[in-house]
Design a protein around this ligand. Structure first.
Ligand code: CP
Length: 300
């Protein structure tokens, strides 16, 4: 594997190798091994054309824990504002010695284009409404570590699926790993091209679900004409305390962040013992270490 562009590209053996490697990374961190020499002398560039807190910082932390040099590039404040293209930006970064480029871009497919221009590895950190493969890997890792397995798990992915690259990557990866995904949301926010079960009634799925993955309502990618009012959305599709109490005792609540507290998820739920939201962030570092290690480790 040279690049990580899409969760749909991962077969079960490769995805499981990433999760097992992430578990080893987490175990080392738990034993106070804070830094590994594996990527000493290698350069990882974080190329972010869209805002990010979790993904950018955890890729940076992951690369540094593997002893790589990290260059953070944000489109804001760069020559992108003077009209420089993605290709010219990429070639500039390559000339500076990038071994891997982690890219977030508003255009679906941008990481795939980048991979044709640069010699190093390309890692998709979220492209438009298309994919966010490391988020799906860290979500799968979190489910497996909380519930002990992925095969046979019933996962409800709830909310604004239409604009969610997290949902697309999760649908692909969870199917590969044997989980059963149901998309839940208003008909206007469920895409027609995702081949998995669909339900428009959140209350009807809760009692038979192992994982509820709430999605952020992405108003910035939306035409307001087809979004119900925030109050109506929260009433029909928000996960509040009474709905959470309909879940089986073992079930967990996930959210990739950032959250709209009070809209898709109530604070009482986000901060509850069932919530894995903070754990997902911590697991993201181990998973991104695993991905960087598997893509770059051993090469000189
Ligand atoms: N989950 C996620 O991608 O969060 P950020 O936008 O903060 O990176």
């Amino acid at each position: 594997m040279k690049h990580l562009l899409s969760a749909a590209d991962l077969d079960a053996a490769t995805a499981t190798l990433v999760l097992d490697t992430a578990a080893e990374m987490a175990s080392l961190a738990g034993r106070e091994v804070k830094k590994l020499p594996t990527l000493r002398g290698r350069t990882v560039v974080n190329l972010f054309y869209e805002d990010s807190t979790r993904t950018r910082i955890s890729f940076e932390a992951a690369a540094k824990r593997l002893s790589a040099d990290v260059i953070n590039f944000s489109a804001k404040g760069s020559s992108v504002s003077k009209g420089e293209s993605l290709k010219d930006t990429a070639l500039t970064l390559q000339a500076m010695g990038a071994d891997a480029v982690v890219i977030r871009h508003p255009a679906s497919g941008a990481p795939h284009r980048l991979a044709t221009w640069v010699e190093g590895s390309v890692l998709n950190a979220g492209d438009g409404t298309h994919e966010h493969p490391t988020q799906a890997l860290l979500d799968a890792y979190t489910m497996r570590s909380r519930l002990g397995r992925l095969a046979g798990l019933k996962v409800a992915v709830v909310g604004d699926v239409l604009h969610s690259r997290v949902a697309r990557s999760n649908v692909a990866l969870l199917a590969t790993l044997g989980a059963k995904v149901t998309l839940v949301g208003p008909p206007t926010l469920i895409p027609v091209d995702l081949r998995t079960e669909v339900c428009y009634d959140l209350d009807s799925v809760l009692s038979d679900t192992d994982v509820v993955m709430m999605l952020r309502v992405q108003r910035e990618r939306m035409n307001d004409s087809y979004f119900p009012s925030e109050r109506e959305y929260a009433r029909r599709y928000g996960l509040d305390g009474p709905r959470m109490r309909k879940l089986p005792e073992h079930a967990i609540v996930m959210h990739p962040g950032p959250m709209n507290r009070g809209m898709e998820i109530a604070p009482e739920v986000a901060d509850s013992a069932r919530s894995t939201i903070v754990e997902q962030v911590a697991n993201g570092v181990s998973v991104r270490m695993a991905v960087l290690y598997l893509l770059l480790g051993g090469k000189s």
